[in-house]
Design a protein around this ligand. Structure first.
Ligand code: ASP
Ligand code: MG
Length: 431
């Protein structure tokens, strides 16, 4: 909290702070909502955790009545079984508590601060647990509220939560503080959005996997999106889409080491790398499944692709990479159990049965998708040749290049993945 306060006040151009819950609190609130038998204990735990922070920050007296009102609000859910709307209401206490603490802490230090309840601004639909925000209404609300401010107050508000037009509390999905921060940035026409997280920014490869991984100071939105889509564990670009829309640069840095550098993400990609093959970073995704689907009707099977996509879509299975030839299609889907998007392809056996009604289907598992990312990489003369040349001992199951200008992806057996990635990183990034 002290560290965050320092970050917030070190630059007087910082106008608004969108805060997530205190570490671990949202998980406790989820358990509170789901396990009625443990509610009493969890409630005590959450109260104590926040009281202790208030004590350590020496704001017990000032924040006391606000905290008490919030604790009582949470306590009112002790007895009932919860509707989806109440579930979101319960989750909202994490951010409402953390912002209450931060507001009083800054105020006590003499900083001009105002407290905004994000639910007055982040207007969403009523899809509780994963609500969709309405950017136009958000911008309008903010414009009105900004005109009420005196001057240079720092606004403290909550991430993750919003409300329907009728005022029912909603949440935008776990980890959603970054997303609502981007919505606030868009609504305020901010000059920049700074995201403070637990890593310094984006690396050329997961530093836990490749020792030579290098930090990337500047990245285009497009390349950042490719990296996140293809497995790098950084902010998902969907969370930043309001900033892409509004062309607001995003800075990703570490809360714990705010001076250790950061990655700047902008609409314009940085100057082309001065390299023979302009690879900027490498990502990998494990647990990929390859489906090879051949039409039983052979040529002139119009509607073949449409059928396949309809079935996959009906089962909410998200496709990542596709190649096609006349009567067959190969596509990859994410087979990890905690898949980031879509459903596990085989969670419902009917998917394969439906496909087999009009096609031959082969399934291969234990594959890894490796993706090289760089501005205009796939259009770079000789890039693909060099990449494939560097892997002459590896059975490549599928290659995708050309659909996106900034990536080349290929699918290989999982057993080769670490060697391949280390080798490609050495060849194209370290040297
Ligand atoms: N506190 C929420 C969560 O843990 C939102 C966030 O952290 O971004 O999911
Ligand atoms: Mg969080």
């Amino acid at each position: 909290m002290m560290q965050v306060a320092q970050i917030l006040t070190r630059d007087e151009d910082t106008r608004i702070c969108i805060l997530s819950a205190v570490a671990g609190v949202t998980n406790k609130l989820v358990s509170f909502a789901q396990e009625s038998a443990r509610r009493g204990d969890l409630f005590q735990d959450i109260c104590l955790q926040h009281k202790k922070i208030a004590h350590d920050l020496e704001i017990e007296d000032l924040s006391g009545s606000d905290l008490k009102a919030l604790f009582e609000g949470l306590e009112s859910f002790m007895a009932s079984s919860l509707t989806p709307a109440q579930f979101d209401e319960v989750l909202s206490f994490g951010e409402r508590l953390s912002t209450t603490l931060m507001y009083h802490y800054l105020k006590v230090q003499g900083h001009p601060v105002v407290f905004w309840d994000a639910r007055h601004f982040i207007v969403t639909d009523d899809h509780f647990g994963k609500a969709t925000p309405f950017p136009d209404q958000i911008s309008e609300k903010m414009k009105a509220a900004l005109s009420q401010l005196q001057g240079h107050e720092l606004i403290i508000t909550q991430g993750f939560i919003g409300a329907t037009v009728l005022g029912k509390t909603t949440t935008v999905g776990r980890g959603g503080s970054d997303y609502t921060a981007a919505l606030f940035a868009e609504g305020l026409k901010a000059e920049q959005l700074n995201i403070y997280t637990d890593v310094r920014g984006v690396y050329t490869m997961d530093p836990n996997r490749v020792t030579g991984a290098k930090f990337i100071p500047h990245l285009g939105f497009q390349e950042m999106a490719e990296l996140a889509n293809f497995g790098a564990k950084i902010l998902h670009p969907a969370t930043l889409s309001p900033c892409f829309r509004a062309n607001i640069p995003v800075v990703i840095g570490s809360t714990f080491e705010p001076n250790a550098g950061h990655t700047l993400v902008t609409a314009l990609s940085p100057k082309p790398l001065d390299k023979k093959v302009p690879v900027q970073a490498i990502a990998m995704r494990k647990d990929q499944i390859l489906l090879t689907i051949k039409s039983l009707h052979m040529l002139n099977a119009h509607g073949f692709l449409a059928n396949i996509f309809t079935i996959l879509s009906n089962h909410k299975v998200s496709i990542d990479v596709i190649t096609t030839s006349e009567v067959s299609v190969a596509l990859t889907v994410d087979g990890s159990l905690n898949h980031a998007h879509g459903h596990h392809p085989f969670s419902n056996p009917e998917l394969l049965q439906e496909l087999k009604a009009f096609a031959d289907v082969a399934v291969e598992e234990n594959l890894t998708l490796v993706t090289l990312v760089g501005p205009n990489l796939s259009q770079h003369v000789g890039a693909l040749q060099s990449v494939i040349g560097a892997m002459d001992h590896v059975p490549i199951r599928l290659i995708c290049q050309g659909a996106s200008a900034s990536n080349i992806s290929f699918l290989i057996p999982a057993t080769h993945a670490t060697d391949v990635v280390t080798h490609l990183h050495q060849k194209f990034i370290e040297s």
